[in-house]
Design a protein around this ligand. Sequence first.
Ligand code: PLP
Length: 459
Amino acid sequence: MQYISTRNTEQTFTFKDVFLNGLASDGGLYIPKKIPSYSLKELESLKELSYEQLAVKIIFNFCSDEFNKTEIKDLVNKSYKEFRVKNVVNIKSLENIILLELFHGPTLAFKDIAMQVIGNMYEKILNDKNKVINIVVATSGDTGAAAISALKGRKNINIFVLHPHNKISKIQRKLMTTIKENNVYNLAIEGNFDDCQKLVKSMFIDQSFNDEINMSGVNSINWARIIVQIVYYFFSYFKINNGNQKINFSVPTGNFGDVFAGYIAKKMGLPINKLIVATNKNDILKRVINTGVYKPKEVLQTISPSMDIQVASNFERLIFYINSNDDQITLKKMEELKKNNEFKLNGEQMSILRDDFISESLSEDETKDVIKKINKNYNILVDPHTAIGIGVLDKLSNNGINIILSTAHPSKFPEAVKEATGKHPELPPKIKKIIEEEEKFDILPNDLNLIKKFIKERA
Ligand SMILES: *Cc1c(COP(=O)(O)O)cnc(C)c1O
């Protein structure tokens, strides 16, 4: 499969380029030159597969130049060995609420599902080379832990994680900072997640820095993450669909990576009805879907910190697709954004967008109310991100069955859950010990040059 950049469709790249570079050097995001698709008959043949078998089939479409099928199979099996449920994910039906639990991996959020595979891909790709690679990643709380868990202790890899200082939950932080392997560096940045993301982006487009440290990235713009996330849309669709109902997915959204994987699943032929973009009060995506204006505002801190994002990086990929794959229009929109801090979609672009997406947001109080109500009605605890995926459904009048992506384990956000329900969500036994362990991280100002220097000295 060949890849192109959203800002230049002429030049092609291999999966390996895409995987190791993360961001194209023209500042665009990588996408496949052509998205593979399944006929209804082919979909039928995928229905009975186990999660791992399905993952192998789907992932293979996108990287068959780099890996053979046996290698993908090994990668997938190795990646999910430690998950706490048999089929990687768990589907829980509560009357008309269907939760797709994606948090049974080592760091209690959906990001483990892709990151574990990516960790093993790095190992395979770097295997014969002795060159050290330095991974730099910004996190709003969950990506960092997932990446550290997937990459700690691996040969020839260092990982530098930038998180917004004091703006993530204690458990989120401890899952990153109690890791002892010496290829792991945690940087607490005095700023918010958008600042962290901007710092990492600046490092990526600085070619000389990039070359000097042999830099690579695992942020949600990394295409490999998207392809691994496509799998659970297929898997859960097959499990839930039993006829002609329309099936929607409600996705707690920040950087637009997870819901974008659903969009690609739809483009691959999975007959998803609507993708519901569920946001907290950082609602830039709701505003663009409902009004056509994409305009980042100040990031607000919420009880769903993994969604405290205003600049949703993956949205550029969608801009490309809703403009008939036009790289020049995409480039123009992104330049507009840079220059005016906003861009507007016209009526036609909006109507294409709204064929696939609808959106709503929840306030802090509404989110707590959902956590409380779900606990009262079903005697289970849900985390604040999942609660937003559930709560937006009451504000929307769409029809069909809704599958809600349950993106984090409630014990990752104990303060919010306790406040809403009076109950303390327990960490899974294997993870409990991190509470007591010593933490290691460096606090740094939001200063690009200082951070570059810090990384260079350790790369
Ligand atoms: C990262 C994250 C999200 C948002 O996912 P995006 O791909 O950034 O849209 C939602 N919930 C949780 C728990 C997360 O960790």
